[in-house]
Unconditional design. Structure first.
Length: 226
């Protein structure tokens, strides 16, 4: 398989995965109902960016965990893609609550829009929204650490901050599952569980790798002399 075809195949699969979100929303809300209604258009964009953010974040974590092998199989361009996608993910994650704030502002005014920023834990739906807000803080910290990793302090410690992406994904997964019906609707429901399973597998593999490295670093117990 030629390098060019491998690259084409990667982008083809990537685009197909990104299309699953809007196809799912279309199943739940037909386009004829969305067009011409300002609130439904904003709601569509808010839901679209949410599903897109989940998909891209899952891809980003899986690519990061497999990066050495992917560079060997696909070439160095995949690393540049991974870096660029990290910024896209953060931008889309930022757009998702921004559209939610705009929706609340259009529907209920400025105070309702401002309340979208503050984590709240009552009623229950606000708890699941708050998972998304905490995810944004975790992922923002991880992205900034990766972006500024050449700074003196982060040069040694940026990977520790970058691990926050895993926690951020867990918060996003909970937020996505309990905040709307799109996550429960096929085909996105299939993608959701596959992504959760794959990310969980990468976490277990990384923990196992860290355990092996720690075991190699630890000094062997001295053999008592007779």
């Amino acid at each position: 398989m030629s390098p060019g075809f491998k690259k084409f195949l990667f982008y083809f699969v990537w685009v197909v995965l990104l299309l699953i979100g809007p196809l799912t929303i279309r199943r739940n809300t037909p386009l004829r109902l969305i067009l011409g209604d300002e609130l439904l258009i904003i709601n569509f964009l808010q839901r679209f960016t949410g599903l897109l953010a989940f998909t891209l974040l899952a891809i980003q974590i899986i690519l990061g965990s497999l990066m050495p092998r992917l560079i060997d199989k696909l070439g160095g361009w995949i690393f540049n893609f991974h870096q660029a996608e990290g910024l896209w993910v953060w931008g889309i994650i930022l757009l998702h609550p921004a559209f939610f704030a705009l929706l609340n502002y259009t529907n209920s005014g400025l105070l309702a829009a401002l309340l979208t920023i503050i984590p709240r834990f009552s009623p229950s739906i606000e708890l699941w929204y708050s998972f998304g807000k905490f995810a944004f803080l975790l992922i923002t910290t991880a992205v900034l650490a990766g972006y500024f990793r050449e700074k003196p302090f982060l040069r040694k410690h940026w990977r520790k901050f970058h691990i926050l992406n895993y926690f951020g994904f867990a918060f996003v997964a909970v937020h996505s599952y309990f905040s709307g019906t799109d996550t429960w609707t096929a085909p996105f429901s299939w993608l959701y569980w596959v992504a959760v399973l794959l990310v969980a597998t990468t976490i277990l593999l990384r923990l196992n790798l860290l355990r092996k490295r720690s075991a190699q670093i630890l000094p062997k117990p001295a053999v008592p002399s007779r």
